[in-house]
Design a protein around this ligand. Structure first.
Ligand code: FE2
Ligand code: FE2
Length: 311
């Protein structure tokens, strides 16, 4: 059986020569081409509904711009919010002082990567707003509120660990946008490149947080493991489950209130939604399995009751 590694292997030794922030052009320098979309039709949740799919072509293109904005705004909130809060925490000498200095130094590099991703996403929004004359609704993604609610529902001493595990989850799973968007040739080249560059950095972050988890988990007391582990499904769903409010705000630009809520209900009642979540968390689940999390009854039960166990 392959054992989880308890040693840290840095993927940031050549960071100066590989990080997007160090070597890539800023998105404000890109040009847009006629005939290409601003977001992937295949990745669009809304286009899965026949009523949306049958909108006139011009409206669909507009809808895709809004979906892209939501993805980019989500990136800004995530990177500057929990991810960088946790990177800063890991960097502090007093926090988990037994972590290697190399690991602490790399957390600072991730912080810089994420800051750049957020800034580039923001700059891209401004650039597209200018080009299309469609304004971003600047919506706050639901995971911010859901993470706060989860923290408030638990004893205070769990707060830091909830944030850390939320980041471990979000940095180790693989979303369709990260893998699908860069390869969709119907999408503007500049947007695909932004997504690909982001995915390249995220590959290193993925390895870092997996390594971090494998070092941290065995050091946690058993009762703490059970408590945090049982909260993982809620964190996963806060992060991955479609944001009904955001989607509805987009639909309201094209449909009546009644139609919009019917479309949302249809889309979210489909089994495909939870199936999509389960698919995205496969790498994270493999990591959890390697550390025997599902042998802890509370954790296995929680994954089952949130319909996240079935593959
Ligand atoms: Fe990122
Ligand atoms: Fe990241």
């Amino acid at each position: 059986m392959k054992r989880p590694t308890t040693e840290y292997i840095s993927r940031f030794k050549k960071w100066q020569d590989t990080a997007v922030v160090k070597i890539k052009d800023h998105p404000t320098l890109i040009d847009f081409e006629k005939g290409l979309d601003f977001y992937s039709r295949e990745q669009s949740i809304l286009l899965k509904h026949p009523k949306v799919f049958n909108l006139p072509e011009e409206e669909i293109q507009k809808l895709l711009v809004y979906e892209l904005y939501n993805y980019l705004e989500f990136t800004v909130w995530l990177e500057l919010g929990p991810v960088n809060e946790v990177c800063n925490l890991i960097r502090m000498p007093s926090f988990l002082p037994w972590l290697s200095s190399e690991m602490k130094d790399d957390a600072l590099k991730i912080y810089v990567d994420e800051g750049a991703h957020a800034e580039m996403a923001f700059a891209l929004i401004s650039k597209i707003e200018e080009h299309t004359d469609i304004k971003s609704m600047r919506l706050e993604p639901k995971f911010i509120k859901e993470l706060d609610e989860l923290i408030l529902s638990q004893p205070k001493e769990l707060e830091q660990m909830i944030k850390i595990f939320f980041v471990i989850i979000s940095e180790t799973l693989i979303t369709g946008t990260l893998t699908g968007l860069p390869h969709d040739k119907t999408v503007q080249k500049g947007i695909r490149e932004f997504a690909l560059d982001h995915a390249t950095d995220e590959g290193k972050h993925h390895a870092y947080f997996k390594n971090f988890f494998e070092i941290l988990w065995p050091k946690m007391p058993k009762d703490f493991q059970a408590k945090i582990g049982a909260l993982l499904p809620k964190m996963i769903l806060a992060f991955l489950y479609p944001d009904a409010h955001e989607l509805e705000q987009i639909l309201l630009k094209f449909f009546t209130v009644k139609e919009s809520s019917e479309i949302i209900n249809d889309l979210l009642s489909s089994e495909n939604v939870i199936e999509g979540v389960r698919k995205s968390i496969l790498p994270t689940k493999r990591m959890l399995k390697k550390c025997n999390l599902f042998e802890i009854e509370e954790i296995e039960h929680s994954f089952n009751s949130h319909k996240l166990m079935k593959v």
